[in-house]
Design a protein around this ligand. Structure first.
Ligand SMILES: NC(=O)c1ccc[n+]([C@@H]2O[C@H](COP(=O)([O-])OP(=O)(O)OC[C@H]3O[C@@H](n4cnc5c(N)ncnc54)[C@H](O)[C@@H]3O)[C@@H](O)[C@H]2O)c1
Ligand SMILES: [Zn+2]
Length: 349
């Protein structure tokens, strides 16, 4: 897969103007980075956003390791020692791990200071940086503690993606396919054609479209009690596939697991809601451009089912999924019985 990313006029100059405005007068800034975003993104950010030139930066471990209460405590201590007050602003410069942690830390410090997300991964730009879910992991379980608390600003600067490894980019592409499937069928077809053609030429407007869809959904249901569940298409299966894969020698990243999970969701959508078979076949051919689809045995399906039984969307002891009636028409909280789930898992590839 060839990856092309179009650069365009920097949204960082807009951030520069916003931070020069009245709302941010006298604000002190703290920038949260990991090693990669320190090296690849921080220089561009501070060069273009003047108010951040005097910011203090705080570096945290790469990936899930940073979503830990011990790291959050260290950051609170650093903020306190540096004299951060309620007018201070935390700028989260990184992927979903940095923004999940930074949002958590900002939400807790002195009962809440403002924070700005500047996502640097595709997952961050189309998903994690938007929507106000902040999270840490607990006792090996993902996202168990956190707050709903939206960032003050999300600044999408696709040129940060120039240094993102392709593997990380593909993770985000699956979240884009999901978002477009539920909210922008035309764009979904466009992205599929591109992937089938063997080139990934992500235009800023495609990224912005996904960000806008997520923003609009979150606005209707900020605390994830109803309609926001549509964003979980592929995730009931995907989370189980992700957790199960970590017990094998072929661990899947979140994005890829969701990519596989969507095959199962579309399979059940055909069976239960009359989604055209051609949608499933088409998606499967797109997904196989980016991942090798797994073959599960009956025994694997039992292990996968036990993960699915723990899904937080379940109710009354039933496993619930988001399925599609057609592209652009998701149905939330559909109860699916365990035999249907086994069947879907066995028919992935
Ligand atoms: N809060 C939400 O709504 C939400 C939504 C989706 C995902 N998430 C969370 O997001 C996390 C996954 O996010 P992610 O995939 O962005 O992970 P990540 O933050 O770990 O970033 C992935 C990798 O890319 C590197 N990186 C980041 N930007 C880079 C750049 N511009 N150039 C080079 N390398 C760069 C990082 O250092 C890391 O190694 C998970 O913890 C997930 O739970 C949260
Ligand atoms: Zn996801």
């Amino acid at each position: 897969m060839k990856t092309i990313l179009h650069s365009h006029q920097s949204p960082l100059s807009r951030l520069n103007r916003t931070l020069a405005g009245k709302a941010y007068r006298d604000a002190r800034y703290f920038i949260l980075v990991d090693e990669n975003t320190y090296n690849h993104c921080l220089p561009q950010l501070v060069a273009q956003v003047t108010p951040l030139q005097k910011a203090e930066f705080m570096e945290v471990p790469i990936g899930e390791d940073c979503k830990d209460i011990a790291i959050a405590t260290q950051l609170w201590e650093t903020l306190l020692e540096s004299g951060a007050d309620r007018n201070s602003v935390l700028v989260n410069l990184g992927g979903g791990c940095v923004s999940d942690l930074g949002g958590f830390v900002a939400s807790g410090y002195k009962r809440g200071i403002r924070y700005i997300n500047v996502p640097t991964t595709l997952i961050g730009m189309v998903d994690a940086a938007i929507g106000g879910k902040t999270a840490l992991n607990l006792s090996g379980y993902k996202n168990q503690i956190g707050f709903f608390n939206p960032p003050d600003i999300v600044c999408l600067n696709p040129s940060f993606l120039d240094t993102l490894p392709d593997e990380e980019l593909f993770n985000g592409v699956f979240e884009m396919l999901k978002t477009m499937m539920i909210g922008a069928p035309d764009r979904y077809e466009q992205l599929c054609d591109m992937l089938l053609g063997g080139t990934l030429d992500l235009k800023p407007d495609m990224i912005a479209a996904c960000a806008e869809i997520k923003t609009a959904v979150v606005k209707q249901d900020p605390t994830d009690k109803g309609i926001r569940h549509i964003l979980n298409l592929g995730h009931t299966f995907g989370h189980a596939i992700e957790s199960f894969s970590h017990q094998t020698d072929k661990p899947y990243s979140h994005g890829k697991a969701i990519g596989v999970g969507m095959v199962c969701a579309l399979y059940l959508s055909v069976k239960k809601l009359g989604l055209p078979q051609s949608c499933l076949d088409h998606y499967r051919s797109v997904a196989t451009k980016l991942i090798e689809l797994p073959h599960y045995t009956l025994r694997d399906t039992e292990a996968l089912l036990s993960f699915m039984r723990q899904d937080k969307k379940n109710a009354d002891g039933e496993i619930r999924c988001v399925l599609l009636q057609e592209l652009g028409a998701p149905v939330i909280d559909l109860a699916v019985d365990e035999n249907e789930i086994r069947d879907a898992l066995l028919k992935i590839s």
